[in-house]
Design a protein around this ligand. Structure first.
Ligand code: PLP
Length: 290
């Protein structure tokens, strides 16, 4: 038996969320005609849960609403989605680390009734990635760094269900003998990982690229930057280049469930892992209760 939990978030014909219903994760729940399945036409969030506490929950809900707006989906009701996440988190309270995925999709084509659900289960063991680090390759995303402004219909920076490209990039990383990817814009700026935000340390400053480059504003990065002074560090958001990554003192890909994974090589070139700061970051991220 899997330790997985599912709730369905019901909607009315006007697109408003009406309630949360527990459901069996081992039974089929989604129509084959749902645009979530046929076109990846929906948005999602993945929220880490530490001993029953959904982490950075307000930021995730805000980003869920932002993605929904970018896709002209109805605004996700904070009360109903909050009930869904808290119901799932309660059932995961026995685990130190778990995660919940919430999904809002356009629903069956022709009906104006969105589909919504939340699914939660125990997190994988990421101790190795957090301590030993990960190997990454830089991959050209093929989009300019001003794509969000020039071509908003490409939905750069929205958390949509269309993650096939992100998965393909990860497979390319595996083919090259690496674990993960840092995307680069066609005009040479570092962007993000397929499921994570890039953070570097330059001396006593943490730096991450700006969301205006058409990347997802990361909730983990924001929490880390707010805590930076605990570690005697300042923080800045500014464009970064591959040369800037090569000369950085340390670098991480940070995200909600894996937390802070230090980079131990970039395109096959070894780089130093800051073990002490990685441990401090991961300790802080695991203990978050807001
Ligand atoms: N960038 C992308 C493309 C992502 O998919 C994710 C998370 O899945 C992130 C960044 C990191 O966001 P967060 O820290 O909120 O998990």
């Amino acid at each position: 038996m899997t330790d997985a939990h599912l709730v369905l978030v019901s909607h009315d014909g006007e697109g408003h969320a009406t309630g949360v219903v527990p459901a069996d994760p081992d039974l089929a729940q989604l129509s084959v005609l749902d645009l979530a399945a046929t076109r990846g036409d929906g948005v999602f969030e993945t929220i880490s849960v530490g001993a029953g506490h959904p982490q950075a929950f307000a930021a995730h809900l805000e980003r869920f609403a932002r993605s929904a707006r970018m896709l002209d989906l109805p605004h996700p009701d904070e009360g109903v989605w909050g009930d869904a996440v808290h119901a799932l988190a309660e059932r995961l309270a026995d685990h130190d680390e778990a995660w919940i995925k919430i999904v809002l999709a356009r629903g069956v084509e022709g009906r104006s009734m969105p589909t919504g659900w939340g699914y939660g289960t125990v997190a994988p063991d990421y101790r190795r990635e957090r301590t030993e680090g990960i190997e990454v390759v830089l991959l050209d995303r093929g989009l300019r760094s001003d794509v969000a402004a020039t071509s908003p219909w490409l939905l750069a920076g929205a958390k949509t269900l269309s993650y096939a490209i992100n998965r393909a990039a990860l497979r390319e990383a595996m083919r090259r003998g690496a674990d993960d990817v840092v995307f680069v814009s066609s005009d040479g700026l570092l962007l993000e990982g397929p499921t994570s935000t890039l953070v570097i340390r330059r001396g006593t400053e943490l730096v991450s690229p700006p969301p205006e480059l058409g990347i997802l504003p990361g909730t983990t990065q924001v929490d880390l930057f707010e805590a930076a002074d605990e570690w005697g560090l300042t923080s800045a958001i500014e464009p970064l280049t591959p040369a800037g990554l090569a000369s950085a003192d340390a670098a991480w890909l940070v995200s909600s469930v894996r937390h802070a994974a230090p980079l131990r090589s970039v395109d096959g070139v070894a780089r130093a892992v800051d073990g002490e700061l990685s441990a401090a970051m991961n300790g802080f991220l695991r203990r978050r209760t807001h």
